[in-house]
Design a protein around this ligand. Structure first.
Ligand code: PLP
Length: 484
């Protein structure tokens, strides 16, 4: 095959150019990853500057690819967020572990289309292998099916499509063939502190963002199981319940023992959005919080969050493979049939042509193993507890949530202004990156400890930055009050 490529180019030149191009990109990547460990995490760049560099006139004539890569690096680097370093705590974003990145380069270089077994047998079988490993590590039933999608948003969509298919099929309605017009109505129950992307899933599936029954939550954002049970008992017809493992602000995990019991006794499909929190079920120290989560009907979990896979990566896991396949079914006369032990990974995802995500996951999981995953998650949870303890001794700082996983929400001086000022000061100093958010109508600082690169020294720095910036803010406010 390589011979064919060389034929259409001047002999030898194509290969040499490709070598140089790949080596160039690799050396830029190595330099960046070395740099990110010590550089400022937040990109300090105006959109206008990036606009000028990146949004030039339409290229009419080609240029040397290696020079283009140089130009891309030069133009894009100032606008990169330091998520692969250890001092990014802003959102729930993983750090793209080098083992996954290296395999992902190969996935690109190999140019495989994971759309069909025959199109890339190895892409398909690597997804089969990783599916089994994931189910094992996450302590879920090995009979579940797994779809390799772009993230938890698409995983929620895929799982909810399977849910929709199954609950309607049980009342004799074929939603894949006949659509939703005239279908028996589905009642959807969702916790009041669900992630917004679950609503997107409902939006895409014609189930409606607003056409849900919202179940109240407690001060940690956990669904009230008693309220859910009451609702389920009085509602007839097809039902879907959407629960959550890992609330994005508090990290809280819903009470699954009660939720599972309520769903099972009333025939409701239970979906779990576990984008990052489902990993708690992999670890001895956090597993008790997830008790009975394995009895749900479907789960979404991200690869690019706690598992540290490069973007984009998420997994749609379904207990009922037939419903999963029915919901995602693609047929075409030109697609060869699947035979024997051939694994048809595309039966579990919405796309046909897509990236071979199995390679990166295969290499990463083999590199760190179950043990490495557990150690990392437990380390992050213990870091979160250290931050909680260190800050709770400081007067005027209040950690709002019960720190059960890797998430903290923090108030300063019990005012929105003080909290906003501390966040802004930390961002301006740019030694660590934190962000804000709202919790129960109040401004909070949000901290997610989720990067595989985060070390003890990064946590010390984070604590010191927070304390220092609070001290500064507090002093300024006290002085200005005196001034009045
Ligand atoms: C991040 C997140 C999502 C969305 O995941 P993407 O990977 O961004 O698509 C959904 N639910 C929860 C709880 C999350 O934390």
């Amino acid at each position: 095959m390589l011979k064919d490529v060389i034929h259409i180019m001047p002999k030898g030149e194509a290969l040499t150019n490709t070598n140089m191009l790949f080596e160039n990109a690799m050396s830029h990547a190595i330099a960046y990853r070395q740099d990110v460990a010590t550089s400022k995490p937040r990109p300090v760049v105006q959109a206008e500057v990036l606009d000028q560099k990146l949004c030039s006139a339409t290229p009419e004539r080609g240029e040397d690819a290696s020079k283009v890569i140089d130009e891309l690096v030069q133009a894009a680097t100032p606008g990169l967020m330091g998520v692969t370093g250890g001092r990014f705590f802003g959102w729930v974003i993983g750090g793209s572990h080098p083992a996954g990145v290296a395999a992902d380069w190969l996935a690109s270089a190999w140019g495989q289309n994971a759309g069909n077994f025959h199109c890339s047998p190895s892409a398909a079988m690597s997804e089969k292998a990783v599916s089994g490993w994931l189910l094992d590590i996450l302590n879920l039933d090995r009979g579940c099916s797994v779809g390799f999608v772009t993230g938890a948003t698409m995983a929620n969509f895929t799982c909810l499509a399977a849910a929709r298919s199954e609950v309607l099929s049980r009342v004799g309605w074929n939603v894949e063939e006949d659509g939703l017009n005239g279908a028996p109505p589905i009642t959807v129950y969702i916790g009041a502190d669900a992630h917004t992307t679950v609503l997107n899933g409902l939006q895409y599936l014609g189930l409606g963002r607003k056409r849900v029954t919202t179940i109240p939550t407690n001060d940690q954002g956990q669904m009230c199981a008693a309220s859910l049970a009451e609702h389920l008992q009085v509602t007839a017809g097809p039902k879907i319940v959407i629960a959550q493992a890992g609330q994005i602000n508090t990290g809280a995990i819903d009470p699954f023992t009660e939720i599972v019991a309520a769903c099972h006794s009333t025939g409701a499909w239970l979906h779990v959005d576990g984008a990052f929190g489902l990993w708690a079920n992999a670890c001895p120290s956090t597993r008790a919080m997830c008790e009975n989560i394995e009895k749900a009907d479907s789960w979404s979990v991200d690869g690019h969050k706690w598992l540290q896979l490069p973007y984009d990566s998420g997994f749609a896991i379904v207990r009922h493979p037939a419903a999963h396949r029915r919901a995602m079914n693609i047929t075409a006369s030109y697609l060869p049939e699947t035979k024997g032990s051939e694994y048809q990974a595309s039966q579990y995802v919405p796309e046909l042509s897509r990236r071979a995500r199995g390679f990166a996951a295969w290499a990463l999981i083999k590199t760190i193993g179950r043990e490495g995953i557990i150690n990392m998650i437990e380390r992050h949870c213990s870091f979160a507890k250290s931050v909680d303890q260190a800050l709770n001794t400081v007067s005027g700082i209040r950690v709002i949530n019960k720190v059960v996983l890797n998430q903290l929400i923090i108030r300063f001086g019990d005012s929105d202004l003080a909290t906003q000022t501390v966040i802004k000061t930390i961002q301006e100093r740019n030694n660590v990156f934190v962000e804000g958010g709202m919790w129960r109508e109040e401004k909070v600082m949000r901290i997610s400890i989720i990067s595989g690169e985060t070390k003890d020294s990064d946590i010390d720095l984070l604590i010191n930055e927070i304390k220092d910036c609070w001290k500064q803010t507090n002093l300024k406010q006290t002085n200005s009050r005196k001034g009045n």
